[in-house]
Unconditional design. Structure first.
Length: 333
């Protein structure tokens, strides 16, 4: 918005409003609260916890540990968590079959968390990459990721997750038409109240590097994801992606990565005025967490500042691996 006041120094001194803490609070334009946080966690089949070498202080959790984490998140007031499975090579195949196993790790983890902490929201990724031997999000045939055939599997995957207790289905695969197809599949099965958060504008990004290590996809992935994820050069295309996903029934949309794509967050929010989320992805997390570990940046301040940026851009919430730390800071614990 243009400043129409014709303000001029020395009559106007913007530092006046910044002089005191109470005044700074009074003029502050955006608020970050615990209600804005979604906490992504990684689960594994093994017992206990296992550090992820590329993500300082983030661990893969056994199901009992994930339940403990959910209790902690709930106690802090964090509204929702997102679950991601670590899959070793023996759980992967060409078709990503484990995705539709009703007894797979994610489904068991969802059920266990929902049983122990029924009032925390659980979000599940819908994509085949944790389960495919080639590490792609869809079915691969002669070097091509098949769109429509993949969607059929994604519908099954969504149904299994919802049956296990998942509240928010989050398709992250970037196939065309999958939101409508999944919505139809869920509705047909009577799950008309299950929410869908579309990874609507998801870019082919190097910032996912640490995540692929966390879920065991790094060595699996052959090639890149540029035939389905977006080109970092584009913004109009993000608007088209969001428009399609909303028309197909998405309840909420997400932009991903976060900080390098704040312009997209702002544009999507301003254009559609719908619930809009940003994902502060693994690479963003690790850059900040690494700098904190090295003493290069102040931990508390950089965590809050990095999350406030999303609110300023217009996001209604943020998926962040810092959710627990941020919640403690915001609760003054
Ligand atoms: C899988 C998926 C990815 C992320 C979330 N879901 C990685 C990818 O598309 O390769 C990235 C999350 C992160 O980096 O924190 N479809």
């Amino acid at each position: 918005m243009t400043n129409r006041s014709n303000a001029q120094y020395p009559t106007t001194r913007l530092r006046r409003n910044r002089r005191t803490d109470w005044s700074r609070r009074l003029i502050s334009e955006n608020q970050l609260s615990v209600d804005d946080l979604i906490w992504p966690i990684f689960v594994h089949e093994a017992d206990g916890i296992e550090p992820i070498s590329t993500m300082p202080k983030v661990n893969r959790l056994s199901i009992p540990e994930a339940v403990k984490a959910a209790k902690e998140a709930y106690a802090l007031g964090i509204p929702a968590m997102a679950l991601f499975p670590y899959s070793p090579a023996e759980k992967r195949d060409e078709m990503g079959s484990e995705a539709i196993n009703p007894d797979n790790l994610v489904c068991r983890a969802v059920a266990a968390i929902k049983e122990a902490v029924p009032d925390i929201g659980i979000m599940c990724d819908v994509a085949l990459d944790p389960y495919t031997s080639h590490g792609h999000d869809g079915l691969l045939e002669n070097g091509t990721i098949l769109n429509d055939a993949t969607i059929e599997v994604l519908i099954e995957q969504s149904l299994r997750q919802v049956e296990a207790g998942c509240d928010i289905i989050a398709p992250s695969d970037m196939m065309d038409g999958r939101i409508g197809a999944i919505r139809g599949g869920l509705d047909k099965a009577g799950h008309t109240d299950t929410q869908i958060m579309a990874y609507a504008a998801k870019y082919a990004s190097a910032f996912y590097g640490p995540f692929r290590d966390a879920i065991g996809s790094t060595s699996a992935l052959k090639g890149d994801k540029r035939t389905y994820q977006m080109d970092p050069a584009n913004t109009d295309e993000a608007i088209r992606e969001v428009a399609l996903d909303l028309a197909e029934g998405a309840d909420m949309v997400m932009v991903k990565p976060g900080m390098p794509y704040l312009d997209i967050v702002a544009r999507v929010k301003n254009h559609f005025h719908v619930p809009t989320y940003a994902y502060q992805v693994s690479g963003e997390y690790s850059m900040i967490a690494g700098a904190i570990e090295n003493g290069w940046m102040d931990r508390d301040r950089v965590i809050i500042e990095s999350l406030m940026a999303f609110k300023r851009a217009g996001a209604d919430g943020v998926l962040t691996y810092f959710a627990i730390d941020a919640a403690r800071l915001l609760n003054n614990e």
